[in-house]
Write a protein that binds this ligand. Structure first.
Ligand code: SF4
Length: 399
């Protein structure tokens, strides 16, 4: 039997194959990143892979140990190297082994949190039992009070989800695809409504009851099932609005050798980025789903970000006077972010904003916003604004 260190190394690498956030990718996938992580960990557990993830406080990054309890999985997700369709050696660690190894790293200051997932080994609840066992050992026997993210198996019972919610800071359950028919194409044995959606709504209830300090998240594999951006965002927006989702991760499909989808083309990082941008517009910029600039096939433009695309398709809204525009209109201007809009509103109470230098100092991206604004009645733009021929997507409304 492989020693614990080697098993953990392999399980951590498999857990990290799914890169959700473009900002994570370089740290997870480059040799330099791996070497740096390994150097950090030292002799005892030097092979364990450490992923850096955005901090739950939103201000910095924290090193997390991201790993699986087992890579044995009875599910047949066609894109996944851990699937039962892939012929490979399966390995596991016990909840106790995992808890002890993690605490060793934690005590030495090498990691500041744990993201624990697993292949579906046996039933969803049997797998949950192992994840919960690991969490109980950490919390109650080893006194660990740091960050803990547990992955919930699709189809887990409410009782299992609630137990996990009482132990973890954050839970997650992956959507993988935006609806039943798309999911069937890439993961035939998964049940969208009966397993995944049901589980997400139970987690949502726990989050609303305040059981989860850091909320819950989900993830989709973008571009594996031929789905459109609109299909993805319709589903995710429903989770945000009605089920208290904290954050969705859009993981661009990357073909993995040995899986049934090894010849499927990878998803461009650009598409992944556009989905994150649209997601931010929905959550923080007051955009409605039916305002996003989807094309006829339901996809966001790749050559221009969605906020700029919207602005260029709505030239009749612009230019706006920076000294007078309400916050919601400032936020529609490309180059004016949330912080810059707040600074503008504060600054213009004290003095009139008349120059590009003034707004640049407030954090505005002047080159982007110049065609869309007036400063004390004058346009800072050198060129005229051209209307972009993008058909706004207007027929669909979020529920
Ligand atoms: S459930 Fe699907 S995606 Fe998750 S580990 Fe198993 S095969 Fe991979």
């Amino acid at each position: 039997m492989m020693d614990l260190r080697d098993r953990l190394k392999l399980l951590s690498l498999e857990a990290c194959v799914e890169v959700a956030d473009p900002t994570e990718a370089p740290q997870l996938l480059t040799q330099k990143g791996v070497a740096a992580s390994q150097r950090l960990i030292g002799n005892l557990v030097k092979s364990i892979y450490v992923a850096k993830a955005p901090s739950f406080s939103g201000t910095s990054e924290v090193p997390l140990l991201k790993t699986l309890l087992t890579n044995a999985c009875r599910k047949d997700c066609r894109y996944c190297s851990t699937s039962c369709l892939v012929d490979r050696r399966t390995i596991s660690v016990t909840p106790y082994e995992l808890a002890m190894a993690f605490m060793e790293m934690y005590r030495r200051g090498l990691v500041r949190g744990l993201f624990l997932s697993s292949g579906v080994h046996g039933s969803a609840d049997a797998t949950m039992e192992m994840l919960i066992d690991a969490a109980v050992i950490l919390r109650r026997k080893l006194g660990y009070d740091g960050y803990l993210h547990l992955k919930v198996m699709p189809g887990a019972s409410e009782d299992a989800v609630r137990q996990a919610a009482k132990l973890a800071d954050r839970l997650s359950c992956n959507l993988e695809a935006p609806n039943e028919s798309r999911l069937r194409a890439i993961a035939p044995s998964k049940d969208f409504d009966g397993e995944i959606w049901k589980t997400l709504t139970i987690i949502g209830k726990c989050a609303k009851e305040g059981l989860l300090k850091s909320g819950y998240t989900t993830q989709l594999v973008v571009g594996a099932a031929g789905e459109s951006d609109r299909e993805i965002l319709v589903t995710v927006w429903l989770l945000y609005r009605q089920h208290g989702l904290h954050r969705a991760y859009y993981s661009g499909f990357i073909p993995i050798a040995g899986t049934p989808m090894e010849n499927h083309p990878p998803t461009s990082p650009q598409r992944q980025m556009r989905l994150y941008q649209a997601d931010w517009l929905l959550r923080f910029y007051g955009f409605k789903l039916d305002e996003l600039p989807f094309d006829e096939s339901g996809n966001l433009p790749l050559n221009v970000d969605p906020k700029m695309a919207w602005a260029m398709a709505h030239t009749d809204t612009f230019p706006i006077e920076v000294n007078e525009a309400p916050r919601e209109l400032l936020l529609r201007v490309p180059g004016i972010g949330i912080n810059a809009a707040e600074r503008i509103i504060k600054a213009r109470r004290e003095r009139k904003l008349t120059s590009v230098e003034q707004i640049k100092a407030l954090g505005v991206a002047v080159e982007r916003c110049a065609p869309f604004i007036l400063l004390d009645g004058k346009s800072p733009a050198k060129r005229k604004l051209l209307r972009l021929p993008i058909e706004p997507y207007g027929s669909h409304r979020a529920n």
